[in-house]
Design a protein around this ligand. Structure first.
Ligand code: PA5
Length: 471
């Protein structure tokens, strides 16, 4: 293997969740022991569920040899024949590809000259803002573009709208050859996209039945776009597998994802209903977006598995170190005691930038000289961690030895396992999203989709807006 497990292992430092560091809001070993039985139950539930029902994602590091070869060959052809690669999708079908691209590729990848890029220019249409679509069409040449339509359900309005627009343009320009510019990634058994793909003879990759949108980055949803831009997808899967190995114990002190879930669970019980994710690396900026969907959609529920009512979940907030030190940290340090902050640090950045000598006559600037930006960002991460801890605010840190495919794979699997354990601790269905479905159905009704008359009526009967409350 290209990566060493020994040197590339993620570390979780939860000192600042414990009262010894953070004071009265922190937890003790006793608090953790007191929920020992719950943790064992949650661990066993996740173990028993792996590979079954909607936990097909737990098998992805092990069961994709064949599809990975197909993806690598397809990606090679795309790199050879196309200048642009565009993902059409939304939510779980877009956030993972964006996060992996940002994490591994050059931060100005699309601006690099062709010879320096490992693949075509890369775009993800994660919305239906007409200005965004027009802007995309302004910068790509559709005749040199491969479009990857990704939708598990095969019927999401946003994705199908993007597809309809692009297919129309392609067909007008290229006629029957339009199909050579579309790859479908969807469910093999349900939805409209698979029917369209079969009829149009699109190259198709399948999203396994047991893999939901927000858990899909390690299946063809994420792997094809990643491979196209030159990301080592085998390395990502190896990292994910390694995290599965690190989390194979019901001893919370030996299982980092279970520890994170346990501490977040205890925190939520004490009303810490906001979870801030603050990576100190631009490459990880969109991991916070991906995680926000994973955590919010999985845990934000109003029914427990036993049918009883609840209103649970923790609101994820995306933050970027050090940028957001200058916008949000004031609130985190001095605001309400309602948050858990997850810092993500990187030991070795992929480059070192020295701060040159200068401003000798200004000691308050000159002190920076001779240091590196690497030292500065590390110092700022440690300093912010210290400041919020001193203010008594719960926080913990995940350290990546380096940001690469192997550590990214570990990080993704760590968060997916953490979410599965947290859902089991809450006693909810982690893998459904009835709240999202409600909005999707209301959209269908408003736009006249057949079969949605009843929903249309329900919307018509809902309380109407009163002008007196609009100023
Ligand atoms: O996590 C989920 O299941 C959702 O957020 C979906 O990813 C999102 O709604 C897009 O759905 P689909 O892939 O079916 O188009």
């Amino acid at each position: 293997m290209r990566y060493s497990k020994k040197t590339m292992k993620l570390r979780m430092d939860y000192n600042n969740m414990m009262s010894a560091s953070v004071g009265k809001d922190g937890f003790t070993d006793k608090n953790l022991s007191a929920i020992g039985d719950e943790l064992t139950k949650a661990f066993n539930a996740v173990e028993a569920g792996k590979g079954k029902g909607m936990m097909g994602w737990a098998d992805l590091p092990y069961n994709q040899d064949e599809v990975v070869e197909d993806i690598l060959e397809t990606a090679k052809q795309i790199r050879k024949n196309y200048e642009y690669f565009v993902v059409l999708g939304i939510g779980g079908s877009a956030l993972g590809p964006i996060a992996a691209f940002q994490a591994i590729c050059h931060l100005h990848y699309n601006d690099l000259p062709k010879r320096k890029r490992k693949g075509p220019k890369f775009y993800v249409e994660d919305n239906v803002d007409p200005e965004r679509m027009e802007a995309l069409l302004d910068v790509i040449d559709v005749e040199k573009t491969m479009f990857n339509v990704i939708t598990k359900s095969g019927s999401t309005s946003e994705t199908m709208t993007q597809y309809l627009i692009i297919n129309n343009i392609l067909t007008k320009k290229l006629g029957a050859k339009a199909k050579e510019h579309i790859i479908a990634t969807t469910s093999k058994s349900t939805g409209n996209l698979i029917k369209i793909a079969t009829k149009e003879n699109y190259k198709t990759f399948y999203i396994p039945d047991g893999v939901g949108g927000r858990f899909s980055e390690l299946c063809p949803v994420g792997l094809l776009p990643a491979a196209v831009v030159g990301i080592d997808i085998k390395g990502m899967l190896a990292g994910a597998k390694y995290m599965m190995e690190q989390c194979d114990s019901d001893n919370v002190k030996k299982n980092p994802a279970l520890m994170a879930a346990a501490l977040q669970h205890l925190a939520m019980q004490r009303g810490k209903n906001i979870g801030v994710m603050m990576p100190y690396a631009d490459g990880l900026k969109f991991i916070a977006d991906w995680y926000a969907q994973l955590w919010a959609e999985s845990l934000g529920k109003n029914k427990k598995l036993d049918g009883s009512d609840c209103n649970v979940g923790q609101t994820p907030v995306k933050s970027l170190g050090v940028t957001d030190q200058h916008s949000q940290v004031q609130l985190y340090a001095e605001g309400p005691f309602d948050k858990v902050i997850t810092f993500i640090g990187v030991d070795d950045y992929r480059t070192t930038v020295k701060i040159p000598e200068g401003c000798e006559e200004y000691p308050n600037v000159n002190f920076l000289c001779g240091h590196t930006m690497n030292e500065l960002i590390q110092a700022e991460r440690k300093a912010t961690e210290y400041a919020v801890t001193k203010a008594g605010k719960l926080n913990y840190t995940i350290m990546l030895p380096e940001l690469n495919e192997f550590t990214l794979g570990q990080l993704l699997m760590y968060f997916m396992l953490q979410t599965a354990y947290a859902g089991a601790l809450l006693g909810i269905d982690t893998f459904n999203q009835p709240g999202v479905e409600e909005g999707k159905n209301a959209t269908y009704a408003l736009l006249g989709r057949p079969g949605y008359d009843e929903k249309r009526q329900e919307l018509a009967n809902a309380p109407q807006k009163q002008n007196k409350y609009i100023i």
